[in-house]
Design a protein around this ligand. Structure first.
Ligand SMILES: [Zn+2]
Length: 308
């Protein structure tokens, strides 16, 4: 049976893999809307009031107000807390197995909420395809529960050594506008173990998403954005109109109502995409060896070993 075209593109992966770049690219493609990491809408967005990609605190952003009103009529801060507590119970690593086997009845209520939310995002944005870069695979399984095979999934991977280096660096979080806050930092050991776990689970979930799941590497995206994006859409069966303009190495971003992501979310000046290879010289040798030793099976599978 022919599968009808998906209208939600879910990006799965580990943090610091370049998903915000995908948000900005899709924000420029006609018919697509990027909502960022929508799983963060309840806590970071509505409860904490962090900044939307448009620069307004999420609770004051006109786009999200309209979406929430459309989806739930009235949506109070108490509702946000209630939805967050439901989401927090089901969207976590320990529920993976139950969600994967579709046994998590607990997920039903949240899946209904997600279905309403996505319906309203579509209505308000007028977009044909919604791009959700939440990354968490349990969120992806819940989306699948909510929307079935209307969800296509891209597994975005990035070299674990680059990821380890990124998590070691201190970076500001401009979305926390009421005080100075930095992104958390983690050591190479912790990042390596988590990177393996998260990518393994996403690989394992593949059967639940097929057909309609593909894998791309951040490094390929950064080297040839247009080609990579066109290829991945073809892989997951999302048609791109012939005249669609897909950004390449340099583009001017629009205004995206992205809920969460890295500081690239707020950039309005021209985005110049180039592969970020700083880790190759800046990651200390010992940490590099440690990360390679702990993550080599997937590095090999993703084609990162053997070229150095
Ligand atoms: Zn906004």
């Amino acid at each position: 049976m022919e599968r009808s075209a998906a209208d939600v593109l879910f990006i799965a992966g580990f943090g610091r893999s370049g998903s915000t770049l995908l948000d900005r690219i899709f924000g420029r493609i006609e018919g697509f809307v990027s909502v960022g990491e929508i799983r963060q809408l309840w806590r970071r967005g509505l409860m904490e009031g962090q900044l939307c990609g448009c620069g307004e605190p999420v609770p004051e952003c006109g786009f999200w107000r309209e979406v929430l009103e459309d989806a739930f009529r009235r949506f109070t801060p108490d509702d946000a807390r209630r939805v967050f507590s439901i989401a927090h119970r089901v969207d976590r690593v320990r529920t993976f197995r139950a969600l994967y086997r579709d046994r998590a009845d607990d997920g039903d209520e949240y899946a209904r909420i997600l279905a309403s939310l996505f319906r309203s995002v579509r209505r308000v944005s007028g977009a044909r395809v919604i791009v959700d870069t939440s990354k968490s695979i349990t969120h992806g399984l819940l989306l699948r529960k909510a929307l079935g095979d209307r969800v296509s999934t891209v597994h975005l991977v990035r070299d674990s050594r680059a990821v380890a280096f990124s998590w070691m660096r201190r970076r500001r979080r401009p979305e926390i506008h009421w005080k100075r806050a930095e992104m958390p930092t983690f050591g190479a050991l912790r990042t390596s173990l988590d990177w393996m776990l998260v990518n393994t689970l996403i690989g394992r979930a593949r059967r639940r998403f097929d057909p309609g799941m593909t894998r791309i590497r951040y490094e390929d995206l950064a080297a040839s954005p247009r080609e990579t994006v066109i290829g991945m859409l073809a892989d997951v069966g999302i048609p791109l109109p012939n005249d669609a303009e897909v950004p390449d190495r340099s583009f001017t971003p629009g205004i995206d109502h992205t809920v969460s992501g890295n500081p690239l979310r707020f950039q309005s000046a021209t985005v110049e995409i180039r592969p970020d290879l700083e880790w190759q010289s800046a990651l200390p040798a010992g940490k590099r060896r440690l990360t390679t030793a702990l993550t080599w099976p997937l590095l090999l599978r993703y084609g990162y070993l053997g070229r150095e």
